[in-house]
Write a protein that binds this ligand. Structure first.
Ligand SMILES: [Cu+2]
Length: 158
């Protein structure tokens, strides 16, 4: 009996494309957002009680300049493990440059008591270790394999 799942080429192609897109989307999550450059500036906005962006992903070895401003009251910008502690006052821009030489995840905290939710005003600096990103390579391989298997099924029905 004939399988009904891949009953025509169109459906097969749609499935291939959707699977590929999902795989590419998953892969893209693994790529550092601010990658591709050694030296760059990241603008961070602080407000009660969050940072925007609250998750900063960089590559190990990158030289990053943080330009931090506040949208309301005075906040702090403290990065665990990187000896960064900025005072961020309204109307002013606080700037610090670091070299992300330590890989890992580092908490960003507000170092100025700014209200009842102050302890929850946190962000994260993710420094991706240099070298081959195994998860990324695996995602690419899975994407290729998915495409090949799907193609095999579709071509078999021609
Ligand atoms: Cu704060």
């Amino acid at each position: 009996m004939k399988h009904k799942i891949f009953y025509n080429k169109k459906l097969g192609l749609i499935i291939i494309i959707s699977l590929l897109m999902v795989s590419i989307w998953i892969s893209s999550l693994m790529i550092p957002i601010y990658g591709g450059s050694d030296s760059y500036t990241i603008e961070v906005k602080a407000r009660r009680f969050a940072y925007e962006p609250d998750r900063i992903i960089v590559n190990q070895g990158d030289r990053i300049t943080f330009k931090v401003t506040t949208l309301d009251i005075t906040h702090g910008f403290y990065i665990d493990g990187y000896d960064v502690d900025l005072l961020v006052e309204p109307g002013k821009e606080s700037v610090v440059t670091i070299v992300a030489d330590k890989p890992g995840k580092f908490k960003i905290r507000c170092s100025v008591t700014c209200g009842y939710m102050h302890p929850f005003m946190v962000g994260e600096l993710v420094v991706v270790e240099n070298g081959i990103n195994i998860v990324f390579v695996l995602s690419i391989l899975i994407a290729l394999l998915t495409a090949l298997v799907s193609m095999y099924y579709v071509w078999k029905r021609w």
